[in-house]
Design a protein around this ligand. Sequence first.
Ligand SMILES: [Zn+2]
Length: 253
Amino acid sequence: MVLVAEPPTRKSMIPFTSWSFGRLSQRILHFFGTRYGPEYGRMNGEQGTVKAGDPDYPLVVSLCQVHGTDVLSIDRPLNAGQTFFGGHDAVLTNQADTLLTVQTADCVPVLLMDPSRGVIGAVHAGWRGAVHGIVVKSVRTMMERFDASLTSLHVEIGPSAGPCCYEVDTPVIDQLPPDVRDDSTTLRRTGPGTGRLDLKKFIQWQAVSLGLAEDHIHAVDLCTICRPDLFFSYRREGKVHGNMVSGIMLRTL
Ligand SMILES: [Zn+2]
């Protein structure tokens, strides 16, 4: 994966922006935010919303995230001011000029795209959502509702709690699939009933198990817990000081 700080047209996108999807399709923009921004999609309420953005991102969708597995599918034009009933941890669309956002601190932002079918998705996946299949369900919904294809789907996995720091115990470990639990590169045991979990690798494993090509799956190798210079972290800070916003958008051709 190529990480570059260009084009740093907006200060809020510095110091870390990933534009790797841009190499695949000029039609799709995406970013993984840092503690410095961007501010698109910040939540102020309890409901998922559509807000007017700016010329770069005309409409911005943000979700009421609940660590669940409900996927919001948007297949028609939205208007600023609309709200979504209920909680969602993933959002998909085939609509242009609509920025899909998710907010994370230590959880994993996962961005999905099928450039050939013109469909994108943004997913918030903590261990609970990942175990319960939010990423798998999102990919399947992209295929069933938007005609996405496994052969052209790409997955970008953003900064999250890393295996260097993310210690979990029995209640988490017991819910991992046996193949993941027994793979020492995904769960490094640190003691009786404890281990360091590589959440990003777990999600990669899920995507490969679905049939996605390994070279269509990229992960940003940065840990939110041990990089306070870049990221907020619930684990490190002990409470929510803030979240990072990640987003993806189809552009009008
Ligand atoms: Zn770390």
